[in-house]
Structure formats: C-alpha cells, structure tokens
Design a protein around this ligand. Structure first.
Ligand code: FES
Length: 570
C-alpha cells in the first residue's frame, strides 16, 4: 500500500487492486486525472456552518487555502465536520468539544490525507480540532477565522462579548432602555469573525500560534482584512510543506511548547477556558499539566497585553500593534526558543528575523513596563476545592481579593434563574454567591454560568462586583471576582456540595486559599447525609459524556481518549 496520496488507507474490499481502481474512478468523477493521483492530498477541515456566524468568513477563506495548496503542488479536498457556534448550542458548546474532537480525529484517520488544515476559531472549535489532530498523528496546521472588527455606539467602540455583558448589566440595573438595547444589539457583532476581545477564541488563537501550530501572524488578523486571506494562502502552502517534512503535531506540541503557550496565556490576560483546553490538548499527547504550573508561571510572567476584558483595546488594535510577534519578543528571555513550528523553523529562528518593538502603541507593553507585574491567573486550594479552582485575577476587583462573607447558595442553574432576582432574596453586597451542580457532569458540560449575575436589587443600588464561586466556567469575555472550575464538582461530592447558605466562606488570593469556615466534624455529618443527584441519561452522547468526562483539573476530556501520561509539566 502506498503511504501517500490517493492510494493511502484503502477501503477494504479484500482486493487492494480493485480498491485502488475504484477509488481512482471516483477521483475522476470529481474531475481529477492521473496527474493528480501523484499529489499529496491535503484535507481542509472547513467548519463553516450557518449556525456558527463566527465562521461566516470561511466562504471566502477556504478558497484562499485551496489556492495555497494548489500553488505548492498539493491536491486540496474540503471536508466538513461538526462546528460549534458558541451561542447556538444547548445546553453549552463545551458539552460537544470532545465530540468534535472525536469527529476530527476519526475523519483525519479514515481518509487518505497527507496533511490537514484545521479551519476553526469560535471558542471550542480550536481545542477540539487540535485535540483530534494530536490524537490522529497526521501533519496539521491550524487556521483561525480571525476576530471581528469593533462596532459603534455614538462614538463608543463596542466589542463582543465584554460589552454585551457590561451593557446587559446596565440594562438590568435600569440605566439603558429597550430601544437603546435594540440599537446596541445591532452593533455588537458588526462583521464576520470571532469575538474581538481577549475572550476564549482570541486566547486560543494566540496560544495556538505560540504552540507553533499556526502560520506566523495568524492569531490576530481580523476576519475582514486582506491579511486574513494572505494567511489562508500561506497556511495552504505550509500544509503541503508539512508532508515533505513529516512534521506531526506531536513533534511541535512538546512539553516546552506547552510551557511557552501557558506563559503567553498569562501574558495576554487570556481566558480561564485556556487552562482547561491546554490541559486537555496536552493530555492527548501524554503530557500531564499540573494545575500548579499555571500558578507558578503566573507569578513569573508579567501581563503585557492591554485588551478587554482585563484591559482597554480590541483584537484589531492588537493586530496593528504587531500581534503575537511582539508578545513573543517581549517574553523572549523566558520562552523555549528551540521549539519547532509548522513553518519548519524554530521559534528562535522566527524571532531572529528583523524586528523592532513598535513604540507608538499602548496595546502590547514591553515586559519592563507591564500592565500588571504578574500573570492573569491564580489557582486556589481549600476544603471547597480539593483539586483546585481558578480565578482570573487580572479581571477581578483588587478590594475583593481577600474577603470573608456569608454564603448565598444556589443549588443548580434552574435555582439560580428562579431566585437571583427575587425581591425577597436574602443577600447583601459583601456576601459570597455560590452556584453548584454546574460542572462537567452536573450541568452537564460545565456551562459558562460562573459569571453569576449581581442580584437585581443590588445592581440597582450600584453594586458592580461580588465574590462568586462555582464549579462552572466563565466566558473569556467576562470579568469580576469569580472563582471557577471548582474540582471535584458538587455533583460527584466535592466540598462545594457541603456548603450551606449562611456558612462563612473565606477567599484569600494572596495565600491561594478558598475555604468554608465550618468545623470538619460538621462537614463530615453533612457528607454522611449527602446524596448524589440522579440523572436521566439513558442513551446517546450525553450518556458517554457523563460516564467518561474527567474533572476540570484534568481538562474535561473523555477518560478513554487520554493515553497514559508519559511526561509532566510540574
Ligand atoms: Fe464565536 Fe465568541 S461566539 S468567538
């Protein structure tokens, strides 16, 4: 069996000659001829979907990739897979990240592909495609959709979805009326592309470029810019060159590359979802990332990117300021420069190309004058979160970093929805809002509901932030003093399950502690009474998910898709 091109991975009829013959006949059905039989086949995994508006630009971008593949002598074939449009999926896109990863992996493996271009961008699509490609072991390069341009509200720039949340908060507090909200709704997503703040999509694009899995500059070029098309063409050429080099994801996504990516995640004030996704992606290659790594590197890494929700600007500004290249230059002394990239060059070689830090801009600071001295993320431990929890300190209120308050507990998303705005809710501004049973198994799929709304009656009094804790996730576009990813989650009996309204909860970010201040003996009594929730998941993917999904500290992959760990980032 040939190892390359159309004769690779023959359909099994018990007669290899017939398999080759009939496959050739079907290639001719597509308009190819014998000249094409000799070419490497490049799979373009195009996740365009009419219910994924962030990928709307793929209609124009995919032909650019095809052109790059053809120019370099490859045979481009477009293959659809599952697509995940963040706000169109019930109950949450995260439930389907692993399903998309399975789809991607199996379609790479089953088809006669010599390398693949992964076209993704909206939050979960990026990790899903990279997890699938990592497991499939075929050369791969990622191409992001690119961010949207900003919208406008009488001279004020608007960006999804930090401003969606901020303005929704204003509306809830009664400061914006219905008519104005309707106008705002038409301005929040004004072009094709992914959310244009440093949310999960932008975060994952930046960490993917820093992993070496993307064409240089590919993280930031807006979807509407010609730069994006040129990066598409370049990505097509790279995909063909990967075939000659036989450069697989495993050779690029090494432990050192993941360490580089974590430093970038922290330096850009990236989304907390990046913690989950990087852990899951590394896990596919047998690389265990201990949660403590995020905390350790956060102490050593300055936050230098001034983008919402932690800062001021948007992705188009980041691109104009030089994008990832400037970030990597600023961090150069702490990065592993020997890491290979899809270009065939090492990171060090890429950074050696002529360059000067653009001094006119305030979007990406030099490491000597950072936005914050330390990275954006901390990992907490305590009797509520025995296997850890995450807090994005760059988006939190400094005055709430050390706080002891009374717990106001919501037992589920339905409970939260039913009571959060009730006029008789017993809640004060210095309380701690607690949401549980919103984790990977409990909710299911760990929705982005950790951004618990400020109770309406407090919002109307002007309260803008409170300590909020949960086993859920939060959108990368959100902000506040919000503890997330509590593990183990309440649905499997983690410490969060034992908290009762009225308990005192202590958050101490400096000491990395999150505890409920209740005697161990009382907690033991509560544990003895605790009963696990019952789920009605008799069939389908949801059953597989609930049986196999791992906890947040392991990245929420399905257990049977993670190989034994061979290396550790500690
Ligand atoms: Fe697609 Fe934000 S909803 S990137």
């Amino acid at each position: 069996m040939a190892e390359r091109g159309y004769a690779k991975g023959l359909t099994q009829y018990g007669d290899a000659g017939f398999s080759r013959f009939v496959r050739g006949a079907f290639l001719r059905q597509m308009g190819f001829d014998r000249v094409d039989y000799e070419k490497p086949i490049i799979g373009i995994f195009n996740t365009y979907s009419e219910l994924n508006p962030c990928h709307r630009g793929f209609i124009e971008l995919a032909p650019a990739v095809r052109r790059g593949v053809l120019e370099a002598g490859g045979l481009p074939v477009e293959i659809p897979t599952i697509s995940l449009g963040e706000t169109f999926l019930y109950p949450t896109s995260m439930l389907f990240r692993n399903l998309m990863a399975v789809d991607t992996e199996e379609m790479i493996r089953a088809h006669p592909l010599d390398s693949v271009v992964l076209m993704g961008g909206c939050d979960k699509t990026t990790p899903a495609q990279l997890m699938g490609a990592a497991s499939a072991g075929v050369p791969a390069v990622f191409l992001a959709a690119g961010p949207m341009l900003t919208g406008d509200r009488e001279g004020e720039r608007l960006g999804a979805c930090t401003d969606c949340r901020r303005l929704w908060g204003e509306y809830r507090a009664g400061r914006i009326n219905e008519r104005e909200m309707d106008r705002i709704q038409g301005q929040l997503m004004p072009t094709a592309g992914t959310c244009m703040v440093m949310g999960t999509a932008s975060t994952m694009a930046c960490v993917t470029e820093s992993l070496g899995m993307m064409a240089p500059g590919g993280a930031s070029a807006p979807a509407a810019y010609a730069d994006r098309l040129r990066i598409g063409v370049e990505t097509g050429r790279i995909a063909v060159s990967l075939v000659e080099r036989q450069l697989t994801p495993e050779q690029i996504m090494t432990p050192h590359a993941f360490e580089n990516a974590i430093r970038v995640l922290l330096a850009i004030g990236g989304s907390t979802n990046g913690v989950l996704h990087l852990t899951a992606m590394a896990g596919r290659l047998g690389i265990e990332i201990e949660q403590a790594v995020f905390d350790r590197l956060s102490e050593e890494t300055p936050m230098i990117v001034n983008l919402k929700p932690s800062g001021k600007y948007y992705m188009e500004d980041f691109h104009k300021a030089g994008g990832m290249r400037v970030v990597q230059h600023a961090l150069k002394d702490s990065l592993h420069l020997d890491c290979l990239t899809v270009t065939g060059q090492t990171l060090g070689e890429l950074l050696d190309e002529p360059f000067s830090h653009p001094s006119w801009q305030d979007v990406i600071r030099p490491a000597s004058a950072p936005l914050q001295e330390k990275g954006g993320m901390v990992i907490l431990q305590g009797n509520i979160c025995q296997d850890g929890a995450v807090l994005k300190r760059s988006a939190a209120s400094p005055e709430l970093m050390q706080r002891t308050g009374r717990a106001v507990v919501f037992d589920s998303l339905d409970d939260l929805d039913a009571r959060i705005d009730a006029p008789d809710l017993d809640v004060a501004a210095d309380d701690v809002l607690v949401l549980r049973n919103a984790g990977p198994i409990g909710a299911p799929g760990m929705p982005e509901s950790g951004y618990i709304p400020i109770p309406r009656k407090l919002a109307r009094q002007g309260v803008k932030d409170m300590v909020r804790i949960s086993d859920a996730r939060m959108s990368g576009t959100a902000y506040g003093t919000i503890v997330l990813h509590i593990a183990p989650e309440a649905a499997v009996g983690g410490g969060l399950a034992l908290v009762e309204s009225g308990d005192r909860i202590e958050l101490d970010v400096a000491r990395r502690r999150l505890n409920v201040l209740v005697d161990d003996a009382i907690l033991a009594q509560r544990r003895a009474r605790w009963e696990p929730p019952r789920f009605d998941t008799a069939r389908g993917y949801l059953r597989l998910h609930r049986e196999q999904v791992q906890q947040a500290n392991l990245g929420c992959d399905l257990a049977f898709l993670r190989p034994p760990m061979r290396q550790k980032l500690a």
